[in-house]
Ligand binder design. Structure first.
Ligand code: GDP
Length: 440
């Protein structure tokens, strides 16, 4: 995420390293580079200039902080300013209505339908919410089908009325349906166009007036840079929306949209989309994002993602199996599935402080477990629960079936064996034994 910007800011802030004092000269030099980094990230000129002016003023007024190294102080000032630029505080969504109505707006292809599904899934996982998805795109039957596919995937009901050409009527009927059926959140997905056009604006504005949503979210593709900001302005003029959803932050986006949108429309970014899967969504935290941009990682989000996927009941079952020496490849497979749900590997690794930089230019396969999964899928149920039966000829069969080599099968078996031993020791309170083993 924002690799290029991170890299350039890192270089800019290095200029101050080795200087004992913050002077007007070295601050000016650093800030020139910071401004260049922001412009390269497609931040608009005025915003970039205001940014560096504020940092400069603050830096000059910081004689008191002589105990801090100037480099660190500058990093802190830049971090604080990046946080402010992206909205300062984390902004929640209003779910106070019953049902709470959430309206999606944005251009076609921005990721509205995908995000509608992600949000429904996110809220459903909070247990107290029973969302209803509503398909209001009356022009593209395929869009209605797409929402049904998404709904089925996450187990959320979808309300649609194919053939009905009146989106206001569909949305109104959906809300009545939600009330009758105990849905406490209604997420309305609307039709988008490839570019701003008057008819689309009138239509969404009519839906908005009729259903009076608690939350109107504007969904925008972060890859479109400054265009994203211009589109946001056009939608905000008509809808006065409540928040922004930035999608496709997993792509090669430069960061301009994330950094400029708040200063142009004065509305917070509430969520970000980081992939095509239903789980690839995060609440947007300006301060954590600033940390990530400056290469400081984001351990808090990493732990939160792990907790979201963590199922206590499953964990207890697993513990029992380990204690009884029954941990098999099927359990291993379900562990992999849980890790995969946390997001793509490069994204996860980037949340570890210092790793973002270390991983730069390294290509991490989006599906790093592909080979391992293929091998396990080629095993029989018996082999999965009793790996000791896997002899030479079975290995050959498994390698062939999974399109891997006998070496790879051997490697996995060895790793699995080591892992099982370690888990057993941890269970038995054998921390000491494990230390011994690791020292050997
Ligand atoms: P809509 O026309 O606004 O409803 O957009 P869609 O939800 O159909 O999304 C358009 C395309 O973008 C689809 O191929 C999605 O899979 C993809 N997409 C949506 N959100 C994300 C995201 O956060 N990351 C990535 N990589 N792709 C996304």
């Amino acid at each position: 995420m924002f690799d290029n910007l991170s890299d350039k800011l890192d270089k800019a802030l290095h200029v101050l390293k080795g200087h004992g004092q913050i002077t007007e000269v070295n601050v000016a030099e650093t800030l020139k580079e910071v401004r260049r980094a922001l412009l390269d990230a497609d931040v608009n000129f005025k915003t970039a200039k205001a940014f560096t002016n504020t940092v400069k003023e603050k830096a000059m007024g910081q004689d008191v902080l002589t105990s801090l190294k100037p480099g660190q102080l500058m990093v802190k000032l830049v971090k604080d300013e990046l946080t402010t630029l992206m909205g300062g505080e984390t902004a929640g969504i209003d779910l106070s209505g019953n049902p709470s109505i959430i309206l999606m707006s944005g251009l076609q292809g921005s990721g509205k339908t995908t995000f509608s599904g992600k949000l429904a899934n996110y809220l459903k996982n909070k247990k107290t919410k029973k969302p209803l998805l509503v398909a209001c795109d009356v022009y593209r039957p395929a869009a209605i089908d797409q929402l049904h596919v998404v709904g089925e995937q996450i187990g959320v009901e979808v309300f649609s009325d194919k053939g009905n050409q009146d989106p206001v009527a569909i949305a109104t009927a959906a809300i009545a349906h939600a009330k009758e059926n105990g849905h406490n959140v209604v997420i309305v997905d609307t039709a988008g166009r490839l570019a701003i056009d008057e008819q689309m604006m009138t239509e969404i504005s009519n839906i908005h007036k009729a259903i009076q949503p608690q939350e109107t979210l504007f969904v925008v593709d972060s890859m479109t840079g400054q265009d994203a900001v211009n589109t946001a302005k056009a939608f905000n003029d008509v809808l006065n929306f409540d928040g922004v959803v930035l999608t496709k932050l997993d792509g090669d986006t430069r960061g301009g949209a994330a950094l400029s949108i708040k200063s142009v429309v004065d509305k917070p970014i509430k969520f970000i989309g980081t992939g095509e899967k239903m789980e690839a969504v995060d609440v947007f935290h300006p301060s954590r994002m600033a940390d990530r941009i400056l290469g400081m990682g984001d351990v808090v989000s990493l732990v939160e993602r792990a907790q979201e996927q963590f199922d206590e009941e499953e964990a207890r079952k697993l513990q029992k199996k380990i204690a009884k020496n029954q941990f098999g490849f099927d359990d291993f497979l379900s562990q992999i599935q849980q890790i995969k749900k946390m997001g793509n590997m490069k994204d996860l690794m980037g949340m570890i402080p210092g790793m973002g930089k270390a991983l730069k230019g390294i290509d991490i396969d989006d599906d790093a477990f592909k080979g391992i999964e293929a091998i396990i899928h080629s095993m029989t149920p018996d082999e999965r629960s009793n790996p000791s039966v896997i002899n030479g000829s079975r290995k050959k069969r498994i390698a062939k079936g999974s399109g891997t080599s006998i070496q790879e099968v051997n490697q996995l078996l060895k790793q699995f064996d080591q892992m099982s031993k370690m888990m057993k020791m941890m269970q038995g309170g054998g921390g000491r034994k494990m230390m011994q083993m690791m020292n050997n």
